[in-house]
Design a protein around this ligand. Structure first.
Ligand code: GLN
Length: 498
């Protein structure tokens, strides 16, 4: 079992294509692994054993008939429970959607199904993707495989924990303010937030529509690129989807050539005071590594990034308050108090009071306030103006540099419960990731070492202009190669490595 699980997704896909391993064998190995360790980790909300085995056998049968398989055909995957799946429940980790079985697939899940990928199950997350630790799930805690007393990051923490515990080789996530890059960093994985509009939002339960982006999680850069390529590209069902070729991310991941590249270090994102020493240290070392590989390192100032966090916490809740209005007790899942004596409004109020958790309610209230007529200009209006300034700071920076970099998160994974009573402390986990969501550009986190003080993974963030996602993979591949040469494969040091 562990032999198959140890393979990268690229290797596994190649082995299935060559007939050295069957998809059924690989799928069974992962399903058994989930049975063995998910009691400790809590990554999955739903596992679809029978359906997964049927999909795997179908790929094996296709191969036996002589069909040419794609690079990820037969490879298992876990989906964040925010993507609709026509054969599995989808809850966004909310009680309001408990037991909801969508009648259709999200474009991301549909495309990966067409690519022959086998769906293992659906992963835990912060309710409606609001959070940075997965502690806001209405169902269960998810633990970080590097230290099970710590959080796996969020909101896509089930996806990151599943891969770090070798319960899946690949997973999907969504990133509205950092929800792929932050958990990837805290679990020692590669996680990418594609250019906004580069991956489809169709069938992804909406949190903040102008920011929500689907992206890949993997244990290495090439695997992430293969997944990125497999679900990306124009989708007429998403009005904000970009009609442009998918950036050559796989080619970039294979190259890793950074010779002559100009790398800008964002002054506002590496505060010595708020960044953990070990994170700062690994970040600085990685800059030296890039320099030794032929990149030019310069400092860049993006003054408006200072207000990115507050801008995000007006825009995201405003959009959420509008998006979540659809959970009206009539159309989906939960319905409370509908005994024939109450009005529709009363049933709606009871259902929303019981169905939404405290963080979701906080966001709805914040957003409703920011959009209310007397305060619209002061809050939502000013936030939109600040968003434009942030975009302009990026544009000006990208005239001088090819990529911008920062630590992905100010600290390594924090203990379970440490920040649940303090929303501001929780929000700060996304200090460095939020600017890219507001500007809509491409961004990725790659592991750059372990922090000396706690032995936990540190993420290095690479940001590139919109539709230049390949640059983030090129730089990440260079870093991955150098770190592996120096320390060996980092993920192999996770206590749950096979
Ligand atoms: N942690 C941020 C929030 O709570 C970002 C979440 C996300 O990217 N989905 O809003």
């Amino acid at each position: 079992m562990s032999d198959v699980i140890r393979l990268s997704a690229a290797e596994l896909g190649a082995a299935i294509k060559a007939g050295e391993v069957s998809s059924e064998e690989a799928t069974t190995a992962y399903l058994d692994r989930i049975e063995q360790v998910d009691g400790d980790i809590g990554a999955f909300l739903h596992v679809g054993r029978q359906a997964a085995l049927e999909q795997a056998r179908a790929v094996d049968a296709k191969r036996a008939e002589g069909a040419e398989l794609g690079p990820l055909a037969g490879v298992p995957i876990a989906h964040k429970d925010v993507f609709t799946t026509k054969d599995m429940p989808t809850t966004a980790a909310s009680k309001i959607l408990e037991g909801w079985q969508p009648p259709y697939d999200a474009t991301v899940t549909a495309r990966l199904r067409e690519a022959g990928m086998v769906i293992l199950g659906k992963t835990n997350m912060d309710e409606f993707a609001m959070g940075s630790s997965t502690e806001n799930s209405a169902y269960q805690l998810t633990r970080n495989p590097w230290d099970t007393d710590r959080i796996p990051g969020g909101s896509s923490g089930g996806s990151s924990a599943a891969i770090a515990a070798f319960e899946a080789p690949l997973a999907t996530g969504t990133d509205t303010g950092g929800s792929i890059r932050e958990p990837a960093a805290l679990c020692g994985l590669v996680g990418a937030k594609p250019t906004y509009g580069g991956s489809s939002r169709y069938g992804m339960i909406a949190f903040a529509s102008s920011l929500d982006t689907a992206g890949p999680f993997a244990r290495n850069v090439l695997d992430a690129a293969l997944l990125h390529e497999a679900f990306s590209g124009h989708d007429p069902r998403d009005s904000t989807s970009v009609d442009a070729p998918v950036p050559p991310v796989v080619e970039a991941a294979k190259s890793g050539d950074v010779q002559g590249l100009t790398v800008g270090v964002v002054k506002q994102l590496d505060h010595k005071e708020s960044t953990q020493d070990g994170v700062h240290q690994r970040f600085q070392e990685t800059l030296e590594t890039l320099e030794s590989l032929g990149a030019k390192i310069v400092e860049v100032s993006c003054p408006s990034f200072e207000v990115a966090l507050s801008t995000y916490y007006l825009i995201a809740p405003s959009e959420a308050s509008s998006n979540l209005a659809r959970f009206d007790a009539m159309r989906y899942g939960l319905r409370v108090g509908d005994d024939g004596t109450r009005s529709a409004e009363e049933v709606m109020a009871l259902t929303r009071a019981q169905g939404f958790g405290p963080e979701v309610k906080r966001r709805i209230m914040l957003g409703t306030y920011a959009l209310s007529s007397g305060y619209y200009d002061a809050y939502y209006g000013s936030a939109q103006k600040a968003r434009t300034l942030i975009k302009r700071d990026f544009d000006a920076a990208f005239e001088k540099v090819d990529v911008l970099v920062s630590p992905t998160t100010p600290t390594t994974a924090f203990p379970i419960g440490e920040r649940t009573e303090d929303p501001m402390a929780m929000y700060l986990a996304d200090l460095c990731t939020i600017p890219s969501n507001l500007a809509g550009n491409a961004s990725l986190s790659v592991p750059c070492g372990l922090a000396p003080e706690d032995g936990l993974p540190v993420g290095f963030q690479i940001m590139a202009p919109a539709l230049a996602d390949d640059r983030t993979y090129r730089v990440a591949a260079a870093i991955e190669r150098a770190v592996t040469e120096r320390d060996g494969a980092l993920i192999a040091r996770s206590p749950y490595a096979v």
